[in-house]
Design a protein around this ligand. Structure first.
Ligand code: SF4
Length: 258
């Protein structure tokens, strides 16, 4: 039997309900200096690095799940342009046969720090397809400068959201997210943080953000924190696709690490 040209597909997918799915595009492992802007690899003039580098939940997962790690390592060895070309082909087929409800870039790792013109052009083709099919896109990156680098070419097709420190978050006049530190804290500290952020019954809060953007707590992580439950117990109403805040330029997102 002929060996397939590629060992893996570019996209992974989760089935939602019959005929509907979420698609994910990764470029490599998390906390990887080749794709992520880390404290040790940050360069002037960016002068910023990933705010959650030392508590990245994916880093742990990727060391436990061997299949996932192998796949991410394989993705890292491919040209980013090749990955997006493959993704476009896979997406065309997926859109023909099912309803893609949500497209997430970089669940693991990040996009290349300095995208080539060809990569931008291919991303535009891919995002154009998603736009025509009315698929919401979550495109997070780990610094504001990186967000700017992508956003200036892609902002008409999707929101590129910067994950930043609290200080930057409350002053941000661009799409941003902030991850509240709960992990590696004592149960008492965790509870105090949860109370502070889930002050009201609703899972949305207004924060002192600049501009007109409304800050919302991710309902998925809010639910886990509030009910102290496993992620598999979160009802669909609190998950991506029911919530599309990350793809919405008018929202600032607060994540509570679980
Ligand atoms: S805020 Fe909404 S869209 Fe963003 S990760 Fe949470 S559930 Fe998904």
């Amino acid at each position: 039997m002929a060996k397939s040209k590629h060992e893996y597909k570019a996209l992974t997918h989760n089935n939602q309900k019959l005929g509907t799915e979420i698609r994910v595009l990764n470029f490599g492992p998390s906390v990887d200096p080749d794709v992520c802007v880390l404290e040790s690899s940050k360069t002037h003039p960016d002068d910023e690095s990933c705010d959650v580098e030392s508590r990245c939940y994916n880093d742990n997962l990727e060391s436990v799940f061997k299949t996932l790690r192998l796949r991410l390592e394989w993705l890292k060895k491919q040209d980013p342009e090749t990955i997006v070309e493959m993704a476009i082909g896979e997406l065309k087929i997926a859109l023909r046969f099912s309803r893609v409800m949500w497209f997430r870039i970089s669940v693991n790792g990040s996009v290349p720090t300095y995208p080539s013109a060809k990569l931008i052009s291919l991303l535009r083709d891919m995002l154009g397809l998603l736009r025509i099919a009315d698929v919401a896109v979550h495109f997070p990156v780990e610094t504001r400068k990186k967000a700017e680098r992508y956003s200036k070419h892609l902002s008409d097709l999707c929101v590129v959201r910067a994950s930043v420190s609290y200080g930057r978050f409350i002053n941000a006049d661009y799409a941003a997210s902030y991850v509240v530190k709960r992990r590696y804290q004592t149960p008492k500290q965790k509870l105090a943080v949860t109370r502070k952020y889930l002050l009201h019954d609703g899972l949305a809060v207004k924060a002192n953000c600049q501009g007109d953007r409304l800050a919302v707590i991710c309902p998925f992580e809010g639910y886990v924190a509030k009910h102290n439950c496993k992620i598999g117990q979160v009802p669909w109403q609190h998950k991506c696709t029911a919530c599309k805040a990350c793809s919405d330029d008018s929202k600032q997102i607060i994540f509570l690490d679980t």
